[in-house]
Design a protein around this ligand. Structure first.
Ligand SMILES: [Zn+2]
Length: 301
């Protein structure tokens, strides 16, 4: 399939080499960067902009999300709709008429429709060909294969970047945040959701019991970005030029539905606000603004 059948012309013009950020040239069934001579193939109609210079961690993460049998929509369907509404709403609230919105870790482009309904123009990026193909099969066009650590876009081109559900969980945040700062316009918004570390621990315990696998889950998996101390995340975001404007945490406590006295206090309606709320909240939603100052900074060596 020719690339332009699945990707709009506007999107193609906005793409850059993810490695050197040079402009790309379209050559038959691939794209080429004349600056660093990198080749980017079109795989099954999807432009593959994962650069060859990625490290082992990115390669492993990409492979994990690319397993052919992966049915992400089925696993999302097992998530409570109230929870999805609660974690999606603050992200979608950032998308307004005329905004250019990038979703990093878009999966099958679940959020594309609500973003467009808000009047914004949507572009989705994900490392998983398996998931992107499922989105393309539904007729979605503005989907690119790529990774958050190497964004294939020019400086200052998006109004909003969103990371839906737990899509930032496996990305190297010290490399993602400066890339987000780079491609956002000054004053642009980065909004994303992470799990609270204790919440994921409880979820893992519940899954182990349900599946009768009685091994102790690790409290802090080294490769995941679950939040342990929210203030640490605020400081890291500040290091890369972001001001955290709000932190919202979902009010869910596992097993609380069996405790009548606190059941009414811990449903998916409403949020706990701020860093204190993020200590006890289940999902933690960060809404950050790129400072209009000197621009993006390079990640630490
Ligand atoms: Zn290049």
């Amino acid at each position: 399939m020719h690339n332009t059948e699945v990707t709009s012309l506007t999107l193609l013009e906005a793409l850059r080499c993810p490695a050197c950020k040079g402009a790309l040239e379209h050559a038959a069934e691939r794209f080429r960067c004349p600056c660093c001579e990198a080749d980017y193939p079109i795989v099954g109609g999807i432009l593959d902009l994962i650069p060859g210079c990625v490290d082992e961690q990115i390669t492993a993460m990409t492979a994990a999300w690319d397993s052919p049998g992966l049915d992400y929509d089925a696993s999302i369907a097992q998530t409570a709709p109230e929870r999805l509404r609660a974690i999606d709403a603050p992200l979608l609230a950032q998308c307004a008429d005329g905004h250019k919105v990038l979703e990093i870790g878009c999966g099958t482009a679940r959020l594309k429709q609500p973003v467009e309904q808000a009047g914004s123009q949507y572009i989705g990026l994900d490392p998983s060909l398996t998931l992107l193909r499922q989105g393309v099969a539904r007729g979605e066009r503005e989907l690119i294969r790529g990774v958050g650590e190497y964004l294939p876009f020019p400086d200052g081109c998006f109004d909003v970047i969103i990371g839906g559900y737990c899509s930032f969980r496996y990305i190297q945040l010290d490399r993602l945040y400066p890339e987000c700062a780079r491609v956002l316009k000054p004053g642009g918004v980065l909004a994303f959701t992470l799990w609270n570390n204790w919440a994921f621990f409880c979820y893992s315990v519940a899954q182990s019991v349900r599946q009768r696998r009685f091994h102790a889950p690790r409290f802090k998996a080294g490769h995941c970005n679950d939040v342990v101390w929210p203030t640490r995340e605020i400081k890291r975001l500040a290091r890369f030029g972001f001001t955290v404007e709000s932190i919202l945490s979902t009010k869910r406590v596992p097993f609380a539905s069996r405790l009548p006295l606190i059941r009414s206090l811990v449903d998916w309606e409403g949020y706990w606000s701020g860093a204190l709320g993020a200590l006890i909240g289940y999902d933690i939603i960060f809404v950050c603004r790129r400072q209009a100052g000197p621009g993006s900074r390079l990640p630490p060596k």
